[in-house]
Design a protein around this ligand. Structure first.
Ligand code: FAD
Length: 464
């Protein structure tokens, strides 16, 4: 008889994991709090679009879904940095168009994954929230939108129910999981740049010949302003989703001091003068879109023996500044599905092994995502940072076996996050030594720098 597994949450990670488990012969039920988005329309809540990178793509390739997803995605070659005086320039992510990231719609991706999971035999139960669990009795409680509660027997339950996981709360009540949530202190709000057709012709001059878009579409746009920033990611139909990141509370500017559009318009006009005119519904967007909070979640225990396990954001929610939360969750699904397929009857061992493999990596990406916030909002406009970046590019060109920028390791390879974190730290130290505080990469003797690099750091692992 097929082994039964119950998932809580049919979001991005839950739907992909369900598809992979069903494809390996498991009998999978998924309980999802929201109604079926393919019937009711997608109920957003957070980030309308997301950056998909190599790790996520690799998981989608293994599930046979990468081509379908890429057909609905917009390629982004690098960061387009917009300065206060209205200038902009592209900082490429990789060496060429083989190293790009993709902007995908959360709703479209979720629906595609639900279709794929259903086609693989997964049974979805929409409009059903997990509201309790009896782990010793092998039973969970579910409540529907009419407040009707029912029990469901299941020997194994996996929580893919996101950062506010109800399964995690139930597990924690049974056996403390060693939970620590560290709020970032900064929050976000989403706004929209409509397709170029909806804007006056005078404003549409920056799209690099892509008439449908008001800005260059093949880039992740950043307006770095030191302690805060805006970013914008393109959508296939020509719009951009803009996200304002700002301190949640405290002195100006913060969401406390900019509570509504009337207060925020002047701030935008001063800080983002080229962006404001591209958001014609600024007042409506600002006043109706919620302020989202951001935190990092650390857990000592991800599972209760072989009975319950947490994956994706439920186990390791991170701040979004490396664009890796979903990518990391998708990597989880590949590792977990393979481990479960090898030992379907030994979930206790599989869950322990899953945590052993994944936790050092989720800790590393959590730290890198926090560091990346400073890089995006501040360092991309700093001459010393730009000199380090330039010297790194030169070293990577001269000694590709020995130097690869950390961002590239995280975004375009499958090297473990923990490796990228450690290697990145060592490389950064070396760049600091070579530059000695200078802002001139050209002033460094490259031949000597390459010799020092090779003498200091071992070659990178094989990337193929
Ligand atoms: P979720 O997407 O949160 O899904 C959880 C699901 O569980 C939902 O469908 C929910 O309805 C359901 N659920 C919740 N509670 C219950 C319950 N009690 N019972 C049943 N179902 C329940 N990641 C990237 O890789 N790239 C990016 O560019 C990126 N940008 C981001 C920008 C922002 C502003 C934010 C906030 C996050 C971003 N992320 C990004 C992170 C990404 O959104 C998450 O890592 C990803 O959504 C995690 O997927 P998940 O399935 O684990 O959780």
């Amino acid at each position: 008889m097929a082994q039964q597994i119950t998932l809580i949450g049919g979001g991005l990670v839950g739907a992909l994991l369900a598809q992979q488990l069903a494809g390996r012969g498991f009998k999978v039920d998924v309980f999802e709090k929201r109604p079926d988005p393919r019937v009711a329309g997608f109920v957003g809540g957070r980030s309308i679009n997301l950056a998909l990178a190599e790790r996520g793509l690799q998981a989608l390739r293994k599930a046979g879904l990468a081509d379908d997803v890429l057909q609905r995605a917009v390629m982004m070659r690098g960061r387009m940095v917009h300065t206060r005086d209205g200038r902009s320039g592209l900082l490429r992510y990789g060496v060429d168009d083989s190293e790009v990231i993709w902007s995908v719609s959360r709703g479209a991706l979720n629906m595609l994954l639900l279709d794929a999971a259903e086609a693989a035999g997964v049974r979805f139960h929409f409009g059903q929230s997990l509201t309790g669990a009896d782990f010793d009795g092998g039973r969970i409680q579910l409540t529907d939108e009419h407040d009707q509660t029912r029990d469901f027997d299941t020997p194994v339950v996996i929580g893919a129910d996101g950062a506010g996981s109800a399964l995690r709360a139930a597990m924690n009540a049974h056996t403390p999981l060693g939970e620590r949530v560290e709020p970032l202190g900064h929050a976000y709000k989403e706004l929209e740049i409509p397709p170029a057709g909806g804007l006056s012709a005078a404003l549409v001059g920056q799209s690099g010949g892509h008439d449908q878009f008001a800005l260059e579409p093949h880039a992740l746009h950043i307006w770095p302003r030191g302690g805060y920033m805006c970013i914008a990611l393109p959508n296939t139909e020509g719009s951009f989703t803009v996200t304002l990141f700002l301190p949640a509370h405290g002195p100006h500017p913060s969401f406390d001091t900019l509570p509504d559009a009337a207060a925020a318009r002047g701030f935008f006009g001063d800080e983002f003068p080229d962006l404001l005119p591209l958001i014609p519904d600024f007042a409506a967007d600002y006043d109706s879109h919620p302020v989202g909070t951001l935190s990092t979640l650390y857990l000592q225990r991800w599972h209760l023996g072989g009975r319950a396990l947490l994956v994706g954001d439920a186990a390791h929610a991170i701040v979004p500044f490396h664009g890796q939360g979903m990518n990391c969750g998708f990597e989880d699904t590949v590792v977990l599905a393979a481990l479960l397929a090898e030992a379907p009857d030994d979930t206790a061992e599989v869950f322990a092994e899953f945590q052993r493999i994944r936790q050092p990596n989720s800790d590393a990406i959590a730290a890198m995502a926090l560091e990346n916030y400073v890089e995006m909002r501040d360092s991309v406009a700093d001459p010393h940072f730009l000199a380090k970046r330039e010297l790194g590019l030169l070293l990577a060109e001269r000694a590709p076996q020995h130097f690869m920028a950390r961002y590239r390791m995280v975004t375009f390879t499958h090297l473990p996050y923990a490796y990228a974190f450690e290697r990145g730290r060592a490389q950064d130290l070396l760049l600091e030594q070579l530059l000695r505080g200078s802002t001139e990469a050209a002033a460094v003797d490259l031949t000597a720098a390459v010799a020092t690099l090779k003498a200091t750091l071992p070659p990178l692992p094989d990337l193929r």
